[in-house]
Design a protein around this ligand. Sequence first.
Ligand code: ATP
Length: 271
Amino acid sequence: MLIPHGTLIAQMSSEQIESIKTPIFGNKWILRWESDRIMKEKLMREAKLPVPKPVLDSKDINTLVIVKRQGAAGGKGYFLAANQEDYNKKREQLITQGILSKDESLYIQEYAAGVLAYLQFFYSPLKEELEFFGADQRHESDIEGMARIPSEQQLKSNKVPSFNVIGNSPIILRESLLDEVYTMGENFVEAAKRIVSPGMNGPFCIEGVYDENAKFTSFEFSARIVAGTNIYMDGSPYYSLLFNEPMSMGKRIAREIKTAKETNQLDKITT
Ligand code: ATP
């Protein structure tokens, strides 16, 4: 789906997106599954992705959790909590600051510690093939800034650190991880085909963290271009292996559309 980093999703409702009459590249029906946290988790479980455990009630918080808003908020207003008292205190503070609203329903999930990796793919329904475009690491303020000051100063700070996205940088994964990366991507494509026809066509991203044993936990997917992908005009080190020319994600999409048009298969790539 050719939609830059949640911008359109944040501004349009699922109904509005689904009611667009102009054919859209990718699967417009899957965006509803992305923006609803319950549906999102269902699709991720169907794809056998290792997802963090959800915590249904704040009174059940007994380990470190991350508290999120609904939809793609880009990490703004997200916070960590260690127990219910901590949750209530931080929630109140963010409401007072006008960052959260009083009646906003929040989603609580166990916190997975490790190295962030945003795994970016392109699935071609014409070739029935999955391509791995590359991985990005996200930089978030002010949680990253916290790590740069000594614990003494951290402890004195009353601010609730947010996970507000500032930017991305490319990350090259250890080669031994690639096999699992492809398996996760393929499982996701298969699950999407079963659950939300015609499936996960075009660009998408599986987002998560690698822990100290290189075990991946996925907290999110985006059924569209995400992270820094859209600005990599020359492609990526991984795409250089697949194409003998610079290949950005935009160009890859354009090529799929061109091939579909030439072979009379536009219905296969649009919804
Ligand atoms: P997007 O703009 O990607 O749609 P979003 O608002 O849906 O963002 P998430 O991607 O779910 O938000 O989370 C934002 C950030 O919070 C992540 O980049 C990550 O740093 C952190 N995060 C989210 N869930 C977890 C988790 N379970 N464990 C550890 N960190 C997490």
